[in-house]
Design a protein around this ligand. Sequence first.
Ligand SMILES: *Cc1c(COP(=O)(O)O)cnc(C)c1O
Length: 432
Amino acid sequence: MKYYSLNNRNTFVDFKTAMLQGQAPDGGLYFPEKIPLWEKEFIGEMKKLSKAEIGWRIMKPFVGESLTSNELFEVMQDTLAFEFPLKKISENIYTLELFHGPTLAFKDLGARFLSRCMGKFAGQHDDKINILVATSGDTGGAVADAFHGVEGTRVFILYPSGKVSPVQEKQLTTHGNNIVAFEVEGDFDDCQRMVKEAFRDEELMQQAKFTSSNSINIARWLSQQIYYALAYAQWQEEKPPVVAVPSGNFGNLCAGLVAWKSGLPVSHFIAACNANNSFTDYISTGIFNAKPSIPTLSNAMDVGVPSNFIRILELFNNEYENIKWQISSSSVSDEETLHTIRRVYAQHGYVLDPHSAVAFASLDDYLQHSIGEKGMILGTAHPIKFPDVVEKATNIPISPSESIQKLLGLEKKSIPISIDYQLFKKFLEKLL
Ligand SMILES: *Cc1c(COP(=O)(O)O)cnc(C)c1O
């Protein structure tokens, strides 16, 4: 498999190069030259295969010659070393719980796949691989955990000060060693802008090898297809599911769309958004307007300019009518999010985190008008990561687990900076 830059369709690179560069030198996102089709037998057999086998079969064509079959299988076993249970919440809604990994959110899978691949590649390089990443909350923790102690790698995380939860903050600021956290006096979009500027800064890029680890990176993004397959392997209903995805940068939805194009049975997708609704507006009008991000209770989705939107356009050849046919979108307010957590707990005894609640509200609304259909949400985070919101909604105290208590007791180590790229660059250069 080769990958081209969405800014220039004539240069092709392999998986390893695309992954180590993060973004193409021309600033474009990488995109696979073709979407492989899954064999019919694979879809039929899925229920009988191990998680590592499913992951291996999906990723093999994307990874190509960059890893041997055995190396890829080892990466898969290590990446998928936790559970992905599909649980029934109500008569017609299931949730795929993606929060049983080390940092209790779905990003663990992509971050682990990326770090394990990098670990395999780092041995082949003399230079350290530096990872530069902006986070709205969960990416930073997942990346910090996944890369902590991986030989030959160093991670620099930018996060918006005061806009991530206490657990999220501790998850990304307490590892030390090869993990450095910059606490930015701004919002997520400011962090993302500084990271993008760094990647465009030739002087900086010449000093060391840099790559990104958010869903811009193909390794993180494409590996997220795996749990859509793991969900389908557990799906017992007759008709394919409607799948509702809590969306921010749209990496997760984009991965689901690739899996669907490869043959995964899905009847419809819903891009569930909070008040950051530029995609919802696009679906209803056909016009995309970037907006500044608005802080909400589902903070990992507070993205005004979703970086993977352009990949969705590419997947559908820019055909708005087809996009609209396969994807619906709704925007859920904070009030409705709280109401949904309260209602689902009262009626079904299931506790949703704020992000999953946005998806539940969107899917529930959609199914009101689609008689006979059933669906699943992606349960992207554990409710324990957002105790204040969940307690406020349900009135039940959320007691932190032992591991979270231990985490909260650790000392935060961050480098506070303002939204000043030159200042950030100076700090970075000192640390290289
Ligand atoms: C990152 C995140 C999202 C948004 O995922 P995207 O791939 O950026 O759309 C949703 N929920 C949680 C809990 C997250 O951490």
